[in-house]
Design a protein around this ligand. Sequence first.
Ligand code: ZN
Length: 228
Amino acid sequence: MFEALFSQTGAVLDELVPPVCQFCGSPSGRGRLCRGCLSYFSYDLSLGAEKAKRVPSADGVWWLWPYQRAGRLVRRVKFGGDWHLRGLIRERTERILLEQGDLLGSVDAVTFVPMHWLKRVVFRPGNLAQWWARTLAEMLESHLVELFEVRFWKPELHRLKNKSERRKTIRGAFSLKNGSFRRFRQSGGKAVLLVDDIITTGTTLESLTRLLKDADPDLIVKVFCICG
Ligand SMILES: [Zn+2]
């Protein structure tokens, strides 16, 4: 009886407030995304070779979507305050990981690109990379570990497009949290998944991968981003 009541209530609600796509706002039927956005946010395997080039020290590099496709989504969450869209990222990530089977292989811990406190104050309240790392750790039944700290932040970095200029600017900006790293290795950790929201030139991710590899060349480092 309750079920019948609920489904009736649902039908009435749909009539009064037709469900709309979370992303583009067009009528979506019963799903959370409209058909167009659903196909738009499916996994894109076509960029394989390019990915490896961006973070040469890593043992594998993946991202869910090309920047042209998902950049707007990520920017809306990061800068537009559309926090509810994180639900969409979570849902699609879960679906894609399920569809792609063993995409990432075995992972003992998930870590993320940290954000300097000043950047947090100036730009935005939360670190999307940290949220995504936590989400992935849950999905993969792995652990979230904070392996890095930020020593300084240079606001001009995001304006620099040139890879060698970026590399110079970023030098020394991050360091390894030695205690966390030692505990991770002592607990038998062999493979770590390093995540960020957007990968552009890959300079930051490359420098963090190198910190890990310098500390232990046998460690497997895989990189995973929302878009690139
Ligand atoms: Zn849509």
